[in-house]
Design a protein around this ligand. Structure first.
Ligand code: SF4
Length: 470
């Protein structure tokens, strides 16, 4: 049953209903609501673990488990979760685990190229509205087919990065040599085909690793491999249905959409696993200029992040191709139920004095970072009052009464602005102009209406700021 269709009452009926508050909630209904929203774990209800509730626990677990199994790769602080999704579209509920981006290396690359790629993986970081956007995994291919060479390459990779690994070799002998180097790191094994699935399944069980089922452009065989692996005792499986070059983008979209549709809406057996896409297939096409390969790869990556991969492997490492991918991913995998917000507070920008301007904005992250960056870049020494608007932008917050004259007056008081400046004059965003009179009345401060866009703040302050208006 899709997550959006679960109601707290369905869950409540299966709980012990004693309102004992051991879970931290005052009653079972409150805990049921949290379970439905995936804000609590079943195990937090200790009485439910008693033998008398074994059946209820199993029923609850079946109701609450994600349609796409959550598969963990790696260990320790860099451990990743692939999948674990409940819905096809984010607006139906939310997505939980953003697709991992893996950088491709092979056992025939020069040391220089290999190390450059691993350093990009380790060091790539971009701060975007308060989030550090990074890359996630290293995908190591055996292109030589030589077990010793693959082992040496896996060892080198393991020495250079703490990020989770995917080992790619379809010869089980080559794979085992690689696995021996990172036996305790739980790498993802790529992969089990119709020809080698038994040996690969043995390796996955022996080393306790998740295994990719791989059947390019043959979904029936893919499903059959997954079901066979399940029967063999494997629980952590990832599906790779093959990725096509840019000319066949529609095939990629059809394939990944069909797989995710069947797993979530049809609950089809053998398909409820994370999906792996390989935009790096764009490099298999001989282009005159490698920039074209990277450009095509970025387009395939974007499409697959949107439709519905849980992990992609890319070969290009240029900032211009990786940045759009991580931005797209970050924006798609925010929770639509909770606007991206920052803590309400007063921040100081530059070295403000007691006569410096006091500006105001909301705590919607995108608005906050845009305004703060504009003021910082313009070198306006000032205080910025960040008012709690429940994460809404200025216009929406004013229209929806999430930011009112009273909440602004309270924020002025709570964050002790009167101790920071001598004047009593605040510049409010142009888009909240209609609150100016009420703020003045509620706070006792003079209110100046600033520009509609924060890019105009520097000019506004230079031309109009007067801490002590007549
Ligand atoms: S611990 Fe379980 S039984 Fe106790 S209140 Fe929470 S949900 Fe109810």
């Amino acid at each position: 049953m899709p997550a959006k269709e679960l109601s707290p009452i369905q869950i409540y009926k299966l709980l012990p209903c004693t309102n004992c508050d051991e879970c931290g909630e005052t009653n079972c209904m409150a805990f049921a609501a949290k379970l439905v929203n995936r804000e609590a774990l079943l195990e937090e209800c200790k009485p439910l673990l008693n033998p008398e509730f074994t059946e209820a626990y199993a029923e609850l677990w079946a109701l609450l488990k994600p349609a796409v199994k959550a598969v963990e790769v790696g260990t320790g602080e860099n451990k990743l979760t692939l999948g674990g999704e409940y819905v096809l579209y984010r607006h139906d509920f939310t997505y939980f685990n953003q697709p991992a981006i893996a950088i491709d290396v092979s056992d025939e690359m020069s040391d220089e190229e290999f190390e450059t790629r691993v350093h990009v993986l380790n060091d790539f970081s971009y701060n975007y509205i308060g989030m550090d956007l990074t890359l996630d995994m290293l995908s190591i291919r055996s292109t030589s087919g030589d077990p010793a060479k693959f082992a040496e390459t896996v060892k080198k990779a393991n020495d250079l990065t703490r990020k989770p690994l995917m080992l790619c070799a379809h010869d089980p002998k080559v794979m085992e040599k690689g696995l021996e180097q990172v036996a305790d790191k739980r790498p993802l094994i790529h992969g089990a085909t119709k020809d080698n699935w038994a040996e690969m399944a043995e390796l996955a069980l022996k080393y306790g690793c998740p295994l990719v089922a791989y059947s390019p452009m043959d979904l029936d065989t893919l499903k059959s491999i997954a079901l066979t692996l399940e029967e063999y005792g494997l629980e952590d499986i990832v599906l790779d249905p093959g990725t096509q070059p840019i000319e066949h983008m529609s095939t990629n979209l059809d394939t990944f959409t069909a797989l995710r549709w069947d797993s979530i809406n049809e609950e089809e057996e053998g398909l409820g696993y994370p999906l792996l896409g390989a935009p790096m297939v764009a490099w298999a096409v001989a282009e005159e200029d490698p920039v074209l390969n990277e450009w095509n790869e970025a387009q395939i990556a974007g499409a697959l992040i949107t439709r519905f991969t849980d992990m992609i492997v890319v070969h290009g490492i240029s900032g211009w191709s990786l940045l759009p991918q991580i931005f797209l991913r970050a924006n798609l995998y925010t929770d639509p139920r909770k606007p991206v917000s920052v803590e309400p507070e007063v921040i100081t920008i530059g070295s403000p004095t007691e006569d410096s301007p006091v500006l105001m904005t909301t705590n919607f992250a995108l608005t906050y970072y845009t305004v703060a960056n504009d003021i910082e870049n313009a070198k306006v020494d000032s205080y910025l009052l960040v008012v709690d608007s429940e994460g809404m932008s200025v216009e929406s917050a004013v229209a929806g009464r999430k930011m009112t004259a009273d909440s602004v007056a309270e924020a002025i008081k709570e964050f002790k602005l009167e101790d920071m400046v001598k004047h009593r004059n605040i510049i409010i965003p142009g888009r909240s102009a209609r609150l100016s009179g009420e703020i003045q009345e509620a706070s006792g401060w003079s209110v100046s209406v600033g520009p509609l866009d924060s890019s105009g703040i520097a000019k506004y302050v230079e031309e109009k700021w007067n801490p002590y208006p007549e």
